[in-house]
Design a protein around this ligand. Structure first.
Ligand SMILES: NC(=O)c1ccc[n+]([C@@H]2O[C@H](COP(=O)([O-])OP(=O)(O)OC[C@H]3O[C@@H](n4cnc5c(N)ncnc54)[C@H](OP(=O)(O)O)[C@@H]3O)[C@@H](O)[C@H]2O)c1
Length: 215
């Protein structure tokens, strides 16, 4: 049984992973988010396994406090200040003496998406990619035991169906379900060596194309 700190705990992937943690593991969850009242019902339903923490990830001191007794930090964050958030998370983990981090990023941060889809992805996402690349560099340049997850374009399909590529390899496919990413996070918590010090691209097999199918 592990203790997991979820940052950005009301995020869409985060909520799916919390449900999988609660349904299929004995792990305890510290849910860190802005406006924590949004997850009050979930916390009340699992009061023996969930602790709610109201906070912004740029508040490094609060992050340090929240990391007591934690085995893994799962950061499901977003926003134009994602690099600042990455610095704050890494600093807090250093101060708290914590090592295992799962960081959700995006496809394209290494210009690894080939062909027409790669061109479309880059021009559609613009500065979002540059910001996420800078944040990922903060994580990779740290001495933490990280896993960076680079999902393809996300769907809400109720399926777990994915393959992975490594940093240095061309990205495959165009889409993947949020549920697949959530399952990977839970699997890493059960086997902490899984994808250790790796930056993985994640896509649904056989979804190659010039754009995601719904565009
Ligand atoms: N959409 C796609 O196709 C796609 C593809 C690849 C990767 N991604 C990325 O994958 C990541 C996870 O996806 P998702 O669907 O779960 O995203 P999401 O629902 O937007 O979740 C991101 C969470 O980050 C939280 N957050 C942002 N700044 C914060 C701060 N300073 N302090 C605390 N929490 C903060 C937000 O909190 P609030 O609820 O308080 O705003 C939000 O709940 C995102 O970074 C997304 O950009 C998306």
């Amino acid at each position: 049984m592990a203790n997991i700190l979820v940052l950005g705990a009301n995020g869409q992937i985060a909520r799916l992973s919390e449900n999988i943690f609660l349904d299929s593991t004995g792990d305890n969850l510290k849910l860190y988010l802005r406006r924590s009242d949004r997850l009050q019902d979930k916390a009340a339903a699992f009061e023996d396994r969930i602790e709610l923490i109201d906070g912004d990830t740029t508040d490094t001191a609060k992050l340090v406090d929240s990391m007591k007794d934690i085995d893994m930090v799962y950061a499901n964050l977003a926003g134009g200040n994602i690099e600042e958030q990455a610095h704050s998370v890494v600093d807090a983990m250093h101060q708290a003496g914590k090592n295992r981090l799962v960081w959700i990023s995006t496809l394209g941060i290494y210009d690894e998406v080939p062909g027409k889809f790669g061109d479309w992805n880059k021009s559609t996402l613009g500065s979002y990619i540059t910001n996420y690349a800078a944040a990922a560099k903060v994580i990779e340049d740290s001495d933490l035991d990280y896993t960076i997850i680079r999902p393809a374009w996300l769907t809400n399909k109720d399926e777990v169906d994915y393959e992975t590529t490594q940093k240095g390899e061309a990205f495959k496919g165009t889409e993947v379900s949020r549920k697949s990413i959530a399952q990977i996070v839970v699997d890493i918590a059960q086997v902490p060596d899984k994808f250790s010090k790796e930056s993985i691209g994640v896509n649904k097999p056989n979804t190659d194309g010039d754009k995601p199918s719904w565009y």
